[in-house]
Every structure is written in C-alpha cells, then in structure tokens.
Ligand binder design. Structure first.
Ligand SMILES: C[S@@+](CC[C@H](N)C(=O)[O-])C[C@H]1O[C@@H](n2cnc3c(N)ncnc32)[C@H](O)[C@@H]1O
Length: 267
C-alpha cells in the first residue's frame, strides 16, 4: 500500500523483507511507536495495532485519515489545484503558515510537493525544504484512492502521540514491537533525537519481559557509515537489508550510493 505522506527515513523499500520476518511470528497486538509514514504497517496490515509517533502534527493527520478522510481528500485537492494555478508562491505561503500553525493538512501538502518529499526542519524546528519545481505533486484522484485504503485499514487501530516508551508500556510477551528510531547521528531531519543509553535500557527491559522486537537501527552505504553498534547482549539476530539508493546523496551530490540497513531481532 502506498504511503499517504512522504516521510524521511520511510522503510518503504525494505517493507517486504521486514514484514516477511514479522509474519513468521504469532502475535496478538502489533506496536509501531516510531510510525512516520507507516510503511511497515501498510505492508503488514495487522488485525490489532497500537501506533504512535512523537510528532504531533503527523499524528493528528493519521487521526484525520482515520476519522474524517473526506476532509483530507478535499483539502489536498484544493491545495494541489491552487499550486497549479498560482505556482511556487503558493507553496511558500503554505510553508510559512505551517511553521506558525502546524496544521496537519498543510504538513501533508508540503510533504507531497517539496523536494524529493524530504521532511526537514531547521534548528528552530521550522520546516525548511523547498518546492519540487519539476514535479506537480500526486494527482488528487490517486491521492483519494490511497486515503480510502488507509481509512479502511485504520478503523480499529489506536493512534496516539507520545514517546515510544510510554506508548509501549501496555505490550506483553504475546505482542510484537517494530522499532524504527531516527538515526542517532541525525541532526536536522527530525525535531526529536533519541538518547542512546535510554534506548538501550528500553531494549533491555523488553528482553526482561520477553517482548519481541524487530529493530531497524543503523546502516551503511558505499560512501558513509551510519553504524552505531548495538550492544551484543541486547539482540539475538542481526540482518542486513538492502534499502536502495541514498536519497540525500541523490539530492546533494547527484550520485548513486547503495544503502544497507541493519535489522536486529531479539528472538
Ligand atoms: C525513521 S522515522 C520512522 C519512519 C517510518 N518507519 C516510515 O516508514 O515512514 C522515525 C520517527 O520517529 C519519531 N520519533 C522521534 N523521537 C521519538 C520518540 N522519542 N518517541 C516516538 N517517536 C519518535 C519521528 O517523529 C519519526 O517520525
């Protein structure tokens, strides 16, 4: 299933591999506390899910897709048409408005029309990517059909905003948690960064409670090593998943750069 929003760090290119591993398990509730655009959720389509992210405008958008898809579709169509009529000044008008009001529907529009769909913030937390001039943004009809599919899927899921530790407090050994935190060396792609020690402690606690996790953690490309080793006692298996070409490298240097990401499993 295609994502309704573009999101930096999306696991879309690895979704089939990651989901094939999760599908081998029997579980009750699926937890995804670093939701982003939900690439794994959309591929897995579990019966029961508790999903969340710390970024409030994003979670508000997920809830609107669940509760009021019609208004999301209408708003996108209206904004998309204005961009075609007015041109680039409209994009920057929406960007300024979003940085003041944090309207989730503006976030959606910006993600679909900014350069390579990269969601980026400056040090003051302001969205700062530019308009993708050579692309028109997804056609509203296609967008509407994607929103309808997600709306069907989300009906029974609980979607909330918050820190990963808080949201997964209710998980038990019958459940599975997919974790996809931001890269630890990530300075400007997300508003929030993760503290290593706190994250390792959290994984240790999951192990103590026998709660299974699948973790996308670090990665390396031909030109850059993002690896930050995970302490060996925290996991049982370490797999490498090919995730395609680095979007940043493509944008910045117009070069091809293959990326592999790590997947750690505690079962
Ligand atoms: C790598 S992205 C997830 C991408 C997602 N798997 C996808 O396919 O689009 C990491 C996400 O973690 C969120 N995040 C950062 N710190 C967090 C925290 N402490 N608790 C929960 N979510 C957090 C960010 O807002 C971001 O959406």
């Amino acid at each position: 299933m295609m994502s309704f929003i573009k999101w930096s760090g999306s696991k879309r290119s690895q979704a089939k591999t990651i989901v094939s591993i999760i599908k081998e398990l029997e579980f009750d509730t699926y937890y995804e506390p670093f939701l982003g655009s939900g690439a794994i959720l959309g591929e897995l389509k579990p019966e029961k899910a508790i999903i969340s992210d710390i970024y409030e405008p994003l979670v508000m958008l997920w809830n609107e897709i669940k509760n009021d898809p019609k208004s999301v579709i209408e708003n996108y169509e209206k904004q998309w048409s204005k961009l075609q009529e007015i041109g680039h000044t409209y994009f920057y008008e929406v960007r300024d408005r979003f940085n003041k009001n944090k309207d989730p529907l503006d976030l959606l529009f910006l993600s679909r029309t900014c350069v390579n769909g990269l969601i980026r913030f400056n040090s003051k937390g302001q969205f700062n990517n530019a308009l993708h001039h050579s692309r028109k943004g997804m056609n509203p009809q296609k967008f509407a059909s994607i929103v309808d599919q997600w709306n069907q899927l989300l009906k029974e899921y609980k979607i909330s905003v918050g820190d990963y530790r808080k949201i997964t407090e209710t998980a038990t050994k019958n459940d599975v948690i997919y974790l996809d935190p931001p890269y630890f060396n990530n300075k400007n792609r997300y508003l929030e960064n993760i503290d290593h020690e706190a994250f390792f402690k959290y994984l240790g606690e999951l192990n103590k409670k026998s709660i299974r996790y699948v973790l996308s953690y670090d990665g390396h490309s031909e030109s850059k090593n993002y690896d930050h080793p995970l302490p060996k006692e925290l996991y049982k298996r370490h797999l490498k998943v090919h995730s395609g070409l680095s979007a940043f490298k493509k944008v910045q240097d117009k070069q091809k750069d293959n990326v592999h990401e790590s997947l750690y499993l505690n079962f």
